[in-house]
Design a protein around this ligand. Structure first.
Ligand code: TSX
Ligand code: MN
Length: 592
């Protein structure tokens, strides 16, 4: 396949360490992938679904102890502790290497080691980066073949260049010996004892966020946990927005938004460039340009339906791998909570047991048929609203960066930061209140700066500093905003309709970017005048409702400022002085 000495050496060393029976190169051909699918079905790794209803689709069930990313067992290893800690788990590089070499020793005996050359970003684009993942999991191979570009074309594009090393084995799937280890200083990732997507599809969170964020800091670009969408207005002008949200805020739904009827009638169009990761660079024109380095969607299944996100659901109707959803035995299809109101009567749950939907109790997650973190792995090409700029080698130019979170009271529906550094502050104070769906406690604030808390491959203070330094290089800066779709009234009901109607907020954001609309300056930033949020066609939303959604409770925000200060202190002494100045300015504004 290649004469690249570094590649051959990596494979040889890993072969000595893991001792697989054989080594198979993934060439990316449909014939090879089809043969692997057949083998996976024979080995009961995959179940082939109804070829008429879901052509090319498969179902996989993970082990019950292996259903999500494991932040407690995910490490950023470096020589110096402060280069990773305190938000990340840290282990010294040599110690971690020794630990992992011990765990990988002989682990692939009796198994095949697959060599997956993959490209994050379109093959051959100067902004793309290449990785090689060695794995003993066919499930990983088939998922990587959807989520990234794999095979011979990638090896050819690599030539004798450098790549990110990735070594994975599902080993014994032991929870106690599960480790997801990142070595940003060595361009390497090692993952063992898991076979769950986020831990093992090494191109995604491990490379495209954790390792790439470190590369970006050193090379002057950014790897961010952001969706990218394009909005075309009735004049045919296209603008792009990148947006970061913590989990459970509906990021994939926003990325594939369907405009409300009145916007469609006017000629608005929304297109998806990406739903999870953005690699962002300063272009020759001084603007920020973003690419989605992925080639698929690894989306949460529960809650995805023809109302919440038709484009995502339609993306899963062919060539998709479903993980941990319900198997409908009557027609050999899949189901999950929140797909429709017709749970299958003759079904198997995500654990592989007979499932009785009549015993389903909303409050008891153990009665769910699909795991709450069950997933679909679907090719981006399936997406009906995929942007024609998806593969553009230079990406798309950003007009706005949007941060968001799930807040019942503090954050208004939308506000604009005063300038770039204030925008960095707004990103750094991002937070979400937990829902029942999360770990148990409801309404607990979790700080999640730029939605990158689990994904920054280095020190969080240094990461903030990188954002500030990037601002100095961007001569034509995007404007930075914060949104909150989740304000509730005194009865705990959501006030804003959300979903497609969020376009009304994005519309204001783009108008701000072009100085087409005025705004009210407040203690936290620029807030819309209620009349400027278009509520045409919304039955239950009046200008008074918008006033309410845009109100800022100073006492609430004073408490928020205390929380932010506490969080900054936790991050250690590398938090930029500029952000402390921003915090002081906020406090002063709140006391005016
Ligand atoms: O994804 C969501 N978005 C973004 C959509 C583009 N969700 C789902 C969150 C869980 C992943 C939302 N939920 C959004 C939202 O904007 N807003 C809400 C809250 C909400 C829920 C239901 C209704 C209104 C708001 N209305 C009815 O059920 C009729
Ligand atoms: Mn994500």
């Amino acid at each position: 396949m290649t004469n690249n000495k570094k590649v051959l050496e990596f494979i040889e060393q890993s072969k000595q360490l893991c001792q697989p029976d054989q080594i198979v190169w993934i060439d990316g051909s449909e014939e090879q992938l089809e043969a692997l699918r057949k083998q996976a079905v024979e080995e009961k790794i995959l179940i082939k679904l109804n070829e008429e209803k879901l052509p090319g689709c498969y179902l996989h069930r993970t082990t019950v102890n292996d259903v999500a990313r494991v932040e407690g067992r995910t490490f950023i290893c470096s020589k110096c502790k402060e280069d990773s800690a305190p938000i990340n788990n840290w282990m010294e590089t040599t110690e971690a290497m020794n630990l992992m070499n011990g765990l990988f020793n002989g682990v692939m005996k009796g198994r095949t080691m697959y060599v997956i050359p993959y490209s994050m970003g379109a093959v051959g684009s100067k902004f793309s980066k290449i990785g090689i993942e060695l794995t003993d999991s066919i499930y990983v191979v088939l998922n990587m073949a959807i989520m990234t570009r794999v095979g011979k074309a990638v090896i050819d594009a690599l030539g004798d260049g450098d790549f990110i090393k990735g070594l994975h084995s599902y080993a014994e799937l032991s929870e106690e010996k599960r480790y997801i280890m990142h070595f940003p200083e060595e361009n390497a990732i090692m993952s063992i004892n898991s076979n769950y997507g986020g831990n093992v599809l090494l191109g995604k969170k491990c490379f495209a966020l954790r390792i790439a964020s470190f590369l970006g800091k050193n090379e002057g670009w950014m790897a961010e946990h952001m969706l990218i969408l394009g909005i075309t207005n009735p004049k045919g002008e296209k603008k792009y927005i990148a947006a970061a949200f913590p989990s459970a805020c509906g990021k994939t739904n926003l990325a594939m938004l369907i405009p409300p009827a009145i916007y469609q009638e006017k000629g608005y169009k929304v297109e998806c460039v990406g739903d999870d990761i953005a690699w962002i660079r300063v272009g020759e024109d001084g603007r920020l340009w973003a690419v989605n380095p992925e080639n698929g969607f690894f989306g949460v299944a529960p809650g995805t339906n023809m109302k919440s996100n038709p484009n995502a659901l339609l993306s899963t109707q062919k060539n998709t791998i479903f993980t941990n959803v319900v198997h409908n035995l009557d027609d050999n299809t899949v189901w999950w909570e929140g797909l429709d109101n017709n749970p299958p009567a003759n079904a198997i749950d995500w654990k592989g047991n007979k499932w009785d939907y009549k015993k389903f109790d909303k409050k008891d997650k153990s009665t769910c048929g699909a795991h709450p973190n069950s997933r679909f792995t679907a090719p981006t090409v399936n997406c009906p609203c995929l942007s024609d700029q998806f593969e553009a080698p230079n990406g798309v130019p950003l007009s706005a960066i949007v941060f968001g979170g799930r807040r019942a009271k503090t954050a208004p529906l939308v506000y604009q930061s005063k300038d770039w550094n204030n925008g960095v502050f707004v990103g750094s104070i991002m937070a979400s209140e937990t829902t029942a769906a999360a770990t148990g406690a409801v309404g607990v604030v979790r700080r999640d700066p730029m939605a990158m808390r689990p994904f920054v491959g280095y020190n969080m203070g240094d990461y903030f500093n990188h954002w500030i330094e990037m601002g100095e290089k961007i001569t034509n800066k995007p404007k930075i905003f914060n949104v909150n779709w989740f304000r509730t009234d005194d009865n705990g009901n959501f006030i804003w309709p959300g979903f497609g109607d969020n376009l009304r907020v994005l519309d204001w954001i783009l108008d701000r970017c072009e100085d087409k609309v005025d705004a009210r300056e407040t203690a936290i930033g620029y807030v819309p005048y209620a009349k400027d949020i278009n509520v045409e066609g919304l039955a239950d939303v009046t200008e008074a409702t918008i006033e309410d959604l845009l109100s800022i409770d100073k006492e609430n925000w004073k408490a928020e400022a205390e929380g932010i200060e506490g969080f900054y202190k936790e991050l250690g002494d590398r938090v930029p002085a500029e952000l402390y100045s921003q915090l002081e300015a906020l406090k002063k504004n709140l006391n005016k």
